[in-house]
Write a protein that binds this ligand. Structure first.
Ligand code: APR
Length: 244
């Protein structure tokens, strides 16, 4: 059965326990490139070259350059109306847990609180010795050279604080529990290619939640949702949230 295209106003989120999962599409209108669209990041870079523990071990300079460019870009981009709409939704429902696959900080700057960054964060770096993360966004931290930690007696080289392919996303047990418990599960701007995030809609469905998708096009898992809204998140989400 094709997903139900509902009109604005069909769904009421007031008083509901809501989980929102966002992907790269929500930041696209802020000028942050997505991964799998035309001109996405994976068109010009191979995942195996820049986004795996093996690539970091093999060629840290290349991986570092890739992430430093993306870290510096955070200083140039701004949240868009879709980020603001998610923050606004927080005040309308009983509870809202925001889980993002995005490593940018646009949800924070858009006004959302308590964000779970399941794939890590560009703003911080991680000590390779202790595993501790530090927010490192100073001028020197964003320069070309590698950055040393503040936590070890003999300062250690830090790695990007990113969950690479082959690594386990952060806070998975919390995320799974929140999705199991929620009444409404909303995905915004994700192609549904990367697990475990892509499978959370199935977990929500099997626990009886109402599932909603907001995306530019129907993704591969688009038929798993009860309700689908096709369009640019920055254009359609504010009105949806206003009416939810
Ligand atoms: N509004 C809504 N959706 C959009 C918009 C927009 N303005 N622009 C693009 N999209 C949609 C695309 O149609 C696509 O389905 O957003 C989706 C982006 O998909 P991906 O680039 O695959 O991003 P994402 O799903 O977040 O990727 C998951 O893959 O490489 C890893 O770790 C990386 O977190 C990332 C994960």
């Amino acid at each position: 059965m094709p997903p139900r295209q509902t009109s604005v106003g069909d769904t009421i989120l007031r008083g509901k326990k809501v989980v929102v999962l966002t992907g790269a599409g929500i930041s696209a209108e802020s000028g942050v490139r997505t991964f799998r669209d035309n001109d996405g990041l994976w068109e010009n870079h191979r995942i195996e070259d820049v986004a795996t523990p093996e690539s970091w071990a093999r060629n840290p300079s290349l991986v570092w350059k890739f992430y430093q460019t993306r870290r510096r870009q955070l200083l140039e981009v701004e949240p868009n109306p879709a980020h603001m709409a998610v923050a606004h939704l927080e005040g309308k429902c009983k509870s809202l847990v925001l889980v993002t696959q995005n490593v940018d900080d646009l949800h924070e700057r858009g006004g959302s609180s308590a964000i779970i960054h399941m794939h890590g964060s560009l703003r911080s770096l991680r000590c390779q010795n202790t595993g501790l993360s530090e927010v490192r966004m100073g001028e020197h931290d964003l320069a070309e050279g590698f950055v040393l930690c503040n936590c070890c007696t003999v300062a250690t080289m830090m790695r990007p604080d990113i969950v690479w392919f082959g690594e386990i996303p952060l806070e998975m047990s919390v995320i799974q529990k929140e999705v199991e418990d929620c009444e409404v599960f909303i995905v915004i701007g994700s192609s549904g290619h990367v697990y475990p995030a892509a499978g959370l809609v199935n977990l929500a469905n099997s626990n009886g939640a109402h599932t909603i998708l907001v995306n530019f096009e129907l993704p591969i898992n688009g038929r798993d949702f009860d309700e689908v809204h096709i369009g640019k998140a920055g254009e359609i989400l504010p009105e949806l949230v206003e009416n939810w």
